[in-house]
Ligand binder design. Sequence first.
Ligand code: 6PG
Length: 484
Amino acid sequence: MSEQGKANIGVVGLAVMGSNLARNLASRTGNTVAVYNRTFARTNTLVTEHPEAGFVAAETIDDFVASLATPRTAIIMVQAGAGTDAVISELVQRFEPGDIIVDGGNALFTDTIRREQAIADSGIHFVGAGISGGEEGALKGPSIMPGGSVESYKTLGPILASIAAIAEGEPCVTHVGTDGAGHFVKMIHNGIEYADMQLIAEAYDILRNAGGFTPAEIAGIFTEWNKGELESYLIEITAEVLTQVDAATGKPFVDVVLDQAGSKGTGVWTVQTALDLGTPVSGIAEAVFARSLSSQAGQRAKAGNLPAEASAWTIDDKAAFVEDVRRALYASKIVAYAQGFDAIRAGAATYNWNIDLGAVSKIWRGGCIIRAQFLNRIADAYGKDAGLVSLLLDGYFTKAISESLASWRRVVAQAALAGFPVPAFGSSLSYYDGLRAERLPAALVQGQRDFFGAHTYKRVDAEGTFHTLWSGDRSEIAAEPSTH
Ligand code: 6PG
């Protein structure tokens, strides 16, 4: 505390994430935490239930601002969108130059850029910080991805480091980059989360419906997998979900849940952004679309009798089959992360952020939803070569994929023959084959574009831009690059 009796940090918005983050902050030595919520009843409940936290409870926004030591630092934990803008505006009216407003919600990074620009002239710092780890992470140690100015990080960095998860002895927080970089990286984190979850779901589906394993047996398989290179929070919780039995019916929990996946938007943002940046995130896109397809209840209800022409998936050696699925999952997962890191690099280039991909992989090793043993390997890869053009070109990952390839192809091919949907497995394999192809049929696409729209093309054997006179004598002429 820099001023007697005042709080060095404040939290606005005391729903579960905000309350837990406030409790986490209060539990660390040196922090005094002011708390404010639009409805005071919620503030009161938090303060009453947690006297040990020593919260400074504010009934009004004026009290809240007055309770903060300078530079005032407030973390907003409200629903992304209009609510965030309203709180920012209330704080901006009362804050002074040098004070710091942190948006810890899942804001769209372009909103963060806009919000920072809007208050830049006031001298107040605006920091968009991605916070991952759900309710438990917020309480015990999340992974934190702050953007904003270098100057604001001097004040904020130690506070965030005090509450972040620790992985390999290091706090899972880094100054990702300026303005919207933190929320951008959190968005990509969530996109990868979608891909990871879909890939695990595809593995489950094959094990269950081709392999004939029960949910409890698959939980056992995932628990085994969790001891090896797939070790991760998502594999671990999948085993827990599959072990759950519905109290009302005695059936496996997974069988009583409606098979329509919801989403709150961050996966969609990742794909929309990647489309704009021209960076393929096909694994993530398939994961988003798989959720959309699952929710097309009307179409699915009518499509159940469409022809399948599927052949049986004959499994002679169950252990070999399980290992095939594991390897297909691992290889597809590597592709999803490679695509996610490519998207971060593309975003950094477009928005002028200096993002250290190795540092990002390190802060994802603990606290966040995609935390995994395998992020150490990604950190190693970028540690060896910060300019690595694709994770797939790192020796460790090249070897991992090469050891998985035969299994991966078998699983995708067998799934197609047997009529199992494996959009994320399949698209990841196609991406891999596309990336390594010496020649792609894109040359033919260029020919088609030139034919119907004079969109021009380049040659493999000469500089310049060309067009063929398709409706004339079909001779080739030098052309200006097409702008239409
Ligand atoms: C996290 C999570 C968190 C949340 C997302 C995804 O990092 O803690 O990603 O942000 O679970 O909102 O939710 P949807 O699946 O509903 O889009």
